[in-house]
Design a protein around this ligand. Structure first.
Ligand SMILES: O=C(O)[C@H](O)COP(=O)(O)O
Length: 246
């Protein structure tokens, strides 16, 4: 028996539009992002993929996206669980910086190392920085301290236990599961699901607002690669993410 998992990156955020590194900074959706979120929900309904349960991060752009998508699909009533483990990768001292200016200042190699390498986190964000989450009450319950920076491997480490203990059991109870999260937290989950190598994951970019569907076996493995419901639009969106800063 397999069950359906739908992954959805939030719609365009205010800082996606401004081309700023965002991470855990809690920005909202733009008008375009709200439209992408609603369109994703319409596409789910048209494809007959109605979620039974929702998982989101603690960040407003993912919460807004899931609300709008579920409203469009007439599924606002489904149960929801939110976790910091689905948050975007903490972008450390890059949070709040312009991507194009950062590329100019540090050069392509360093820029891509910070953005897409598996093991190199950006420098840590100082707690006194205006974009710090050190004193944000929503993270008070995290065991140990909230991160001050993360690389993708840190995200895999915090996310996979949650996938196994919270998300997979819902799939295995026969539910269609919607996970609304972020570019890099979804890259971490896709890496885990598809067994993508530490090197090859650098080339994977997740577009905003495009439902990505897996059929999941009971042991948590997918039956095949993920499938975007609108592959052409998803490819264009992923290319735009890859080109950010250039
Ligand atoms: O946090 C961010 O800036 C974005 O959500 C993801 O950015 P990236 O594609 O540059 O990693």
């Amino acid at each position: 028996m397999t069950n359906t998992l739908i992954l959805l990156r939030h719609g365009q955020s205010e800082w996606n539009e401004k081309n700023l590194f965002t991470g855990w900074v809690d920005v909202r959706l733009t008008e375009r992002g709200r439209g992408e979120a609603a369109a994703a929900g319409t596409l789910l309904a048209e494809s007959g993929m109605l979620p039974d349960v929702l998982f989101t991060s603690l960040l407003s752009r993912a919460i807004q996206t899931s609300n709008l998508a579920l409203e469009a699909a007439d599924r606002m009533w489904i149960p929801v669980e939110r976790s910091w483990r689905l948050n975007e990768r903490h972008y450390g001292a890059l949070q709040g910086l312009d991507k194009a200016e950062t590329l100019q200042k540090y050069g392509e190699e360093q820029f891509m190392e910070w953005r897409r390498s598996y093991n190199t986190p950006p420098p840590a964000l100082d707690d006194s920085n205006e974009w710090s989450q050190a004193n944000d009450p929503r993270y008070a319950g995290i065991d140990g301290d909230a991160p001050r920076t993360e690389c993708l491997s840190d995200v895999v480490t915090r996310l996979v236990p949650y996938w196994e203990s919270a998300i997979l059991p819902e799939l295995n109870s026969g539910k269609t599961v919607l996970v609304t999260a972020h570019g890099n937290s979804l890259r971490a989950l896709v890496k885990h699901l598809e067994g993508i190598s530490d090197e090859d994951i650098a080339a994977l970019n997740i577009p905003t607002g495009m439902p990505l569907v897996y059929e999941i076996n009971e042991d948590g493995t997918p039956t095949g690669a993920g499938r975007y419901l609108d592959p052409e639009a998803a490819a264009a969106g992923a290319a735009a993410v890859a080109a950010q800063g250039k």
